[in-house]
Design a protein around this ligand. Structure first.
Ligand SMILES: Nc1nc2c(ncn2[C@@H]2O[C@H](COP(=O)(O)OP(=O)(O)O)[C@@H](O)[C@H]2O)c(=O)[nH]1
Ligand SMILES: [Mg+2]
Length: 426
């Protein structure tokens, strides 16, 4: 419904009421996430506007004086949209829009719009459309009510649902359409059984999907891994299109990388099913690169939730590569390496790290990992870090002179270590 082209580089203000029960930390994290989501939709966030309040204003979410302030701020920045960090009622949105101007979108609408653009499979598209229609229905009702009985020509708040007319007719159409989609979904439950074979069929194609929470750095890594930086700079919307690109520099076999929506910390309850459906594409990958923001204090919970949901949608047996990103910003590098020895701890800001990730992905598909036996004398124990960082340690024994390690890794890395510490050098 929304015209993507029309939203190109639209300026937006992110706005929210902070209730007294909500800590600054929680409030700011949610705002940061909404800014990130807005960026995903192609908005340029020009300001953040907040008010502390005991409750939301029933009429228009913000209090009277604040509404006027927001109107001035919007005009000052020439912002086309106000993004509210809560789900607000149709009448609140309508009234706020009337006073402040521009288009008011609440958190739910922003997320639905992102899901809509990412839903690829038939199931996902049906699932997301049901959620969108369910969200739209009361808003159309409100718009029809506001327009009055005589003028029902304009419906849909803010003109974002262009094309709809005659509130009542629309409502009936929506009901019918939801029923139709639901039927389609029920039918595809059977189709799910064939999903496994579809996956096997595509296994010939080397496909990687990046999964993980919003803001973990998936899109950044996607760009770095596929060398599409220039393309993105030129074309603001590049990340919104079906993002499937080949690993760069080229590999044999050619590996295709795709980006996913990303888990959302503050996901409205009504959107859980549609979110999961957008992860469908993860099922078609032969490798899931699970990106975790190592600098986020809540990363452990996020990691666990991601794994749980992936299991739930049937991706349990898709191999994973765990990547702790943003280590330049924070996080305990050695603790992570010790706890997750098979993971990659890195920063998207370091070219060398990107190369390492690129090679690890390529190696997965090349299946050319080699094994070797090393002997690290006690005097060379400081090399342990490198061994664990570049290879998987399959076995480890120690004696009075040092440690004996059986490792598996990329030929290059193994060769380098073997030349120095090959068991024969003992
Ligand atoms: N410091 C630091 N910032 C990063 C790193 N990777 C990504 N970012 C930043 O984190 C933010 C979110 O990245 P993005 O790729 O959009 O995350 P996505 O939501 O997972 O796609 C952006 O501002 C990036 O520039 C990293 O390794 N270190
Ligand atoms: Mg992204």
């Amino acid at each position: 419904m929304t015209q993507e082209a029309a939203q190109k580089s639209k300026r937006a203000i992110v706005a929210a009421v902070q209730l007294s029960s909500v800590s600054d930390l929680e409030f700011n994290a949610s705002l940061a996430e909404l800014r990130q989501l807005a960026k995903t939709l192609g908005f340029e966030v020009v300001a953040t506007f907040t008010q502390k309040r005991a409750g939301f204003d029933k009429t228009a979410y913000f209090g009277t004086g604040k509404r006027e302030e927001l109107r001035l701020l919007r005009e000052e920045h020439g912002a086309a949209a106000i993004l509210i960090d809560h789900e607000i009622s149709p009448s609140q949105a309508f009234n706020l829009e009337k006073e402040v101007g521009g288009e008011v979108m609440d958190r739910t609408m922003v997320i639905l719009e992102i899901f809509h653009r990412h839903a690829r499979s038939r199931t996902a598209r049906a699932q997301v459309e049901i959620a969108r229609l369910g969200y739209m229905a009361p808003r159309l009702r409100e718009a029809a009510k506001q327009a009055g009985p005589k003028d029902r020509a304009r419906s849909g708040t803010g003109g974002r649902s262009g094309g709809e007319s005659h509130g009542e007719l629309d409502r009936r159409k929506i009901r019918d359409r939801i029923a139709e989609l639901q039927k389609e979904l029920d039918a595809t439950v059977v189709g799910r059984k064939t999903q496994r074979s579809r996956r096997q069929e595509r296994q010939g194609l080397a496909r990687v999907a990046l999964v993980g929470y919003t803001n973990a750095g998936k899109s950044t890594l996607m760009r770095a891994l596929t060398g599409s930086e220039a393309l993105v700079a030129d074309k603001l919307f590049a990340t919104l299109d079906t993002t499937v690109r080949a690993l760069h520099p080229d590999t044999v076999p050619r590996v295709l990388v795709s980006d996913t929506v990303g888990f959302i910390k503050n996901l409205p309850h009504g959107l859980v099913a549609s979110f999961k459906s957008t992860l469908d594409e993860a099922l078609e990958a032969s490798l899931l690169v699970h990106v975790v923001d190592a600098s986020d204090p809540g990363f452990e919970r996020q990691l666990a939730v991601t794994e749980e949901v992936l299991d739930e949608i049937g991706a349990k047996d898709v191999p994973r590569l765990l990547v702790f990103n943003k280590i330049d910003k924070g996080g305990d590098e050695s603790a992570l390496r010790a706890r997750f020895p098979a993971s990659i701890v890195m920063s998207a800001r370091r070219d060398g790290d990107i190369a390492k990730l690129h090679d690890a992905i390529a190696a997965f598909f090349q299946g050319d990992l080699v094994e070797a036996e090393l002997f690290l004398p006690w005097a060379a124990q400081k090399m342990r870090g490198e061994v664990f960082a570049t290879c998987k340690v399959l076995e480890e024994r120690a004696d009075s002179e040092g440690a004996f390690l059986r490792i598996r890794g990329e030929p290059e890395a193994v060769k380098r270590l073997y030349e120095q510490f090959g068991a024969g050098n003992r």
